[in-house]
Design a binder for this molecule. Structure first.
Ligand code: AOS
Ligand code: ZN
Ligand code: ZN
Length: 388
């Protein structure tokens, strides 16, 4: 039997970090469909994030992206967040949008370009000092398109050199999260293509370097929960970029494409202690809402993570361990599936009521009147940052 009060407490204490860019206009390489009422600056993105937190009670952290969220006064931005009950989360660096980075950023064969990229990464740590952010999230688009284009091993040396310089600059309470991605925009050899590459670099760097798992960054069929279990066991899982994929890096709402996979991932998180705050696993979303309404989509995504977490928490650990020990394959599988097949929506509704929240976050947002307010009050919302 699972301890229901412990399940409820765990659900209340989970923190889900929403990305500033999900609140802005976004699209594909073909078209950005602009929506009414979207934020015009980082301050308004935080105002929207506060609505997500108000409706769900578990989303008080907002990840920023530099330069998309560049402001004059980061301490002021932090104060704006704190006035709304929010804190500023991971600073996402961007060394992929300048012409200089055509052949790579920190792995570019030209030392001047490498210096420029490193300068940006170090600037992001300066920004973290002002925003109070714990995490620097590093995703590199670096790689090559054609065999022979550049020396694969030399690029690893250049990457290691840049990472070491950034690592040196981190404060005692700061971490760097290294994200991997199989392909895109590099189509032949990406410089950080998989968890093994990210893990090897992080291991050499030290305890403040951890791997981030973006659920959309694997080859089809990859067993992501195995990666999660392995990294947690090694103390190297820094966090998630949650989203859904049908084909490549689709950045759709988490839990929309494969809720069973999300459950399997969250089960490994729960089982291996990743839900405990001291483990430091950041539950971030990395999504774009290109055709659906943005704030409700983010609320739905937070709920999807909560539902998968609740199901994972409901797995009867004793019964599972007994079945595993007895070699009872079918019973072990049945114990896991029992939890997955439980309708946890009533449980989550009652947990929310206990927290003084509306039992249905989607209805709470609809009733808030915020959407009407931003549609009439904001003119000329900005693009999230790419696809221009
Ligand atoms: C890119 O594919 C990665 O998922 C990044 O984490 C992210 O989408 C981008 O850097 C926005 O910050
Ligand atoms: Zn990501
Ligand atoms: Zn991605």
């Amino acid at each position: 039997m699972t301890d229901r009060s412990a399940v409820r407490a765990a659900l209340k204490s989970q923190r889900i970090e929403t990305p500033s860019w999900a609140y802005g206009n976004s699209g594909t390489r073909f078209k950005v469909f602009r929506q009414e009422g979207v934020p015009r600056d980082p301050y308004e993105k935080l105002d929207d994030a506060a609505q997500v937190h108000a409706a769900t009670g578990v989303a008080p952290v907002v990840a920023l992206h530099i330069p998309w969220d560049r402001v004059e006064d980061y301490a002021g931005l932090r104060a704006h967040a704190e006035e709304r009950g929010l804190t500023l989360g991971a600073i996402n660096s961007n060394v992929f949008q300048d012409d200089d980075y055509k052949l790579g950023s920190v792995t570019n064969p030209d030392p001047a370009v490498r210096r420029k990229a490193l300068g940006h990464l170090l600037e992001c740590v300066d920004i973290m000092d002002a925003t109070g952010s714990r995490d620097l999230k590093l995703w590199f688009s670096d790689g090559t398109n054609y065999p022979g284009q550049d020396d694969i091993a030399a690029r690893q040396d250049r990457l290691a050199e840049a990472l070491a310089a950034v690592y040196q600059r981190l404060g005692d309470d700061q971490r760097m999260l290294l994200e991997y991605k199989l392909f895109e925009p590099a189509f032949y050899a990406t410089d950080v293509p998989d968890w093994g590459t990210a893990y090897a670099h992080c291991l050499k760097l030290g305890p403040k370097a951890q791997v981030v798992v973006d659920t959309g960054h694997h080859a089809p069929g990859t067993n992501i929960e195995f990666i999660v279990a392995f990294l947690l066991r090694e103390g190297k899982l820094g966090g998630f970029d949650f989203n859904s994929r049908f084909y490549a890096d689709d950045d759709l709402m988490v839990g929309a494409a494969d809720p069973f996979q999300l459950f399997r991932i969250l089960y490994e998180v729960v089982k291996n202690g990743g839900l405990r705050a001291e483990t430091g696993v950041a539950f971030m979303l990395d999504q774009c809402h290109n055709i659906e309404a943005k704030i409700p989509a983010i609320i739905r995504s937070v709920m999807n993570v909560q539902e998968a977490t609740a199901k994972a928490l409901l797995v009867d650990a004793d019964a599972l361990a007994a079945a595993q020990l007895a070699g009872d394959v079918l019973e072990a599988n049945a114990v896991l599936m029992d939890a997955y097949n439980t309708d946890v929506r009533p449980l989550l509704a009652s947990v929310r009521e206990e927290q003084g929240l509306h039992p249905d976050p989607m209805a709470a947002y609809r009733a808030s009147g915020w959407q009407q307010q931003i549609v009439s009050g904001r003119v000329g919302g900005e693009q999230a940052g790419w696809g221009a």
